[in-house]
Design a protein around this ligand. Sequence first.
Ligand code: ATP
Ligand code: MG
Length: 158
Amino acid sequence: EKTEFITFFHHVIDRFDMNVSENITLQRELPNGQFYVWMDKDKMTQVLDNIISNAIKYSPEGGTIRFNVVKQNNQMLASIEDQGMGIAYEKLNKIFERFYRADKARTRKFGGTGLGLAIAKEMVEAHHGKIWAKSKEGKGTTILFTLPLMNKKRRGKK
Ligand code: ATP
Ligand code: MG
């Protein structure tokens, strides 16, 4: 269905804000503009839940998670940035594979099956978007994804 993404994103973050520990700050850098996208709300909620729960899981005490959305041509670009331990460059693409977990010894204590980002990728691509990661080891990770914006209605000629 046609959805205004910024409003939708705020609602998802609100839900985490109510549950997240006081030691982690959720910082929104979301524009006031209207970003209309065609989406399955349940599926995109799962995408955001998976990305945000990773960001929380891998955040250090006192860490900040930043949420950003910008317009790029006919796409919107959303990013979720944490200050966690990061991911080695050569592993950055693998984290979207099923059952892949970047560092077995390190992540064992965090639990999980390694499916969260594989599901997110499948769902973003089903919405004709792209998803990828940037990271600096020891500094943090940013997950980015695009979704096509719906065309503005033109006045006049149909
Ligand atoms: P699940 O989501 O199924 O509970 P998971 O979190 O291990 O398990 P994914 O969400 O698919 O699985 O992530 C895959 C791997 O990518 C993780 O095990 C972790 O090593 C790495 N990873 C994902 N997000 C982050 C992040 N924000 N910071 C550091 N590493 C991350
Ligand atoms: Mg996960």
